[in-house]
Structure formats: structure tokens, C-alpha cells
Design a protein. Structure first.
Length: 82
């Protein structure tokens, strides 16, 4: 039973760590977007710009972007059911 409790604690720790890393990444993105857009920054503007840029680019350009972003993309893991 101790092994199970140890594993549960480790899982809880890893989930907490994952949330901390996601928060840190979100804050980093916010700062970058705000620096680029200055006083015009709003989350709606950022989402609109990204959606427009992504939807209106060729598949080749999208692939180039994806290749350049591999170091920033999380590993592909199957989503977990909550």
C-alpha cells in the first residue's frame, strides 16, 4: 500500500509541476505578445492575429513554421480523461 501512496504522491507532484510549467510558458508568451503589440495588446487581438495568419497561409509555410517551432512544442501525448 505504501508503494501505491508513493506513486499517487508522485503523480500529484508531476501534475502540479506540469501546471507550473504551463503557467510559466503562458506568462512568457504574454510578455512577448505585449512587448510586440505594446499598448494595443489584448488577448482577443493576439488570438485574432494568430488565427488569421494561420488560416491564410499556405501548407508549405505552415510546415516551415512547425519545423522552426519544434523546440517549443510539447511532446505529443494522448489527452487524459478528467
Amino acid at each position: 500500500m505504501n508503494n501505491i501512496n508513493g506513486i499517487r504522491k508522485k503523480i500529484e507532484y508531476l501534475k502540479k509541476k506540469e501546471m507550473e510549467l504551463e503557467t510559466k510558458e503562458a506568462l512568457m508568451l504574454y510578455r512577448k505578445f505585449h512587448k510586440i503589440l505594446g499598448e494595443e495588446y489584448s488577448s482577443e487581438l493576439v488570438v485574432g492575429l494568430i488565427a488569421h495568419a494561420w488560416e491564410n497561409k499556405s501548407p508549405k509555410l505552415k510546415e516551415t513554421w512547425l519545423q522552426k517551432a519544434t523546440s517549443f512544442r510539447p511532446s505529443q501525448v494522448a489527452p487524459q480523461a478528467n
